[in-house]
Ligand binder design. Sequence first.
Ligand SMILES: *[C@@H]1O[C@H](CO)[C@@H](O)[C@H](O)[C@H]1NC(C)=O
Ligand SMILES: *[C@@H]1O[C@H](CO)[C@@H](O)[C@H](O)[C@H]1NC(C)=O
Ligand SMILES: *[C@@H]1O[C@H](CO)[C@@H](O)[C@H](O)[C@H]1NC(C)=O
Ligand SMILES: *[C@@H]1O[C@H](CO)[C@@H](O)[C@H](O)[C@H]1NC(C)=O
Length: 395
Amino acid sequence: MFVNFRRIHKCRCVQLLTTGLFLCAMMVCWEELDHHILSHIKAYTYRYLINSYDFLNSSFTIASNNNNIKDGSHSVAGVIRNYTYLINHPDKCGRSRKIWEDVFLLLFVKSSPENFEQRQVIRNTWGNESLIASELGVSVKVVFALGMHQELRWRSRVQLALLQEDQTYDDLIQQNFLDTFHNLTTKLILQFHWVHDYCPQAHFFMSADDDVFVHVPNLVKYLRQLVSSKSGAKNLWVGHVHRGSPPDRYKHSKYHVPYDLYPWPSYPDYTAGAGYVVSADVASKIYHATLFLNPSIYIDDVFMGICAKTMGVSPQEHVYFSGEAKTPYHSCVYDHMITSHGHAKDMSSLWQAATDPKVYSSRGYIGDVYCTAVRAMLLCLPHYQSTYSCMAAFA
Ligand SMILES: *[C@@H]1O[C@H](CO)[C@@H](O)[C@H](O)[C@H]1NC(C)=O
Ligand SMILES: *[C@@H]1O[C@H](CO)[C@@H](O)[C@H](O)[C@H]1NC(C)=O
Ligand SMILES: *[C@@H]1O[C@H](CO)[C@@H](O)[C@H](O)[C@H]1NC(C)=O
Ligand SMILES: *[C@@H]1O[C@H](CO)[C@@H](O)[C@H](O)[C@H]1NC(C)=O
């Protein structure tokens, strides 16, 4: 009896200890998890307020912000708009030739001075204007947006190389601001101002990163469908939409935004900056918003969200615009995909594979069922969740 009792006692002790340890571990992890989940729930709830009221408008409008005017920092915005062009092509869309060319899509690639190879691979693949014109019969213009090289000691050498590159390809648009992460909003303003000044007739405008793969044939097909649809191609801002994202408050994060820059728990809805498309009327609205909004938010896609919110434009989701990740390499996805993120060397092989005429040949009923099953298997697994949503498999 006695021995037995002691054994039970021992067992209990071990049980208690393990339970205690387990709870401790849970609590440590939970704090992280809790913070993450809570900030997302809070942001998602708050997004209805952000999206329904006008307080963003008034607090980012430069003229209504008296403090800024007093301390003279209103000129910050003025200076940003007054960066001068180091390389420019005012005639890209035929400005001086009286008759403006009919441009279907103007594609701005956000590049950096040192990314020579990335630009070249884009010119050789999805950014080849003459190839697109002959294959698809539309005018698509591709230009690259750049600032100046960050490092003073390399700047003049890189600048010489850029001038040479531009002599060959005539497609660089560069202003004299430093090409840094915190100047991305300046680069966004550059793009919308350039469109307004030199290519306002373009039916659509797209902005994309230089590590993004754009399936131009699929994109053009989609946009043409919009143009011929009943609702027409007005008021369009399409991409991978972030709804109710919370600002990142971790001090050491790349995307850290302090409370005094943005005090609310949620951003207005916006599309991932990796690649999105707007119609001409929206491009013009965003241009006008940049004239009176304070560009202090340096995350360019969030600033775009604020501009759009102010002008009453909301983003639309397209399941085949990628978020952060690469497309699955599979022919069942190629005939649907629009963008895919994070490419360098593999851009050429993907272009070959994704535009192969075989991808577009009819598969028949069995083939369609097979492809839906394959897409479901590829896209609904956690691995590809940050590329296209699971829903894309059945679209
Ligand atoms: C920006 O440039 C324009 C035209 O060159 C000039 O009229 C304006 O005063 C400048 N603004 C600032 C803040 O320097
Ligand atoms: C673009 O495509 C055309 C036609 O196929 C080709 O002749 C040209 O070399 C290509 N340009 C580049 C930069 O790859
Ligand atoms: C942005 O560019 C301007 C002009 O070159 C520069 O003065 C400023 O430091 C840059 N900002 C950041 C955060 O790099
Ligand atoms: C935001 O402010 C601008 C300028 O004051 C105004 O033109 C615009 O209509 C406002 N937008 C909303 C949604 O109230």
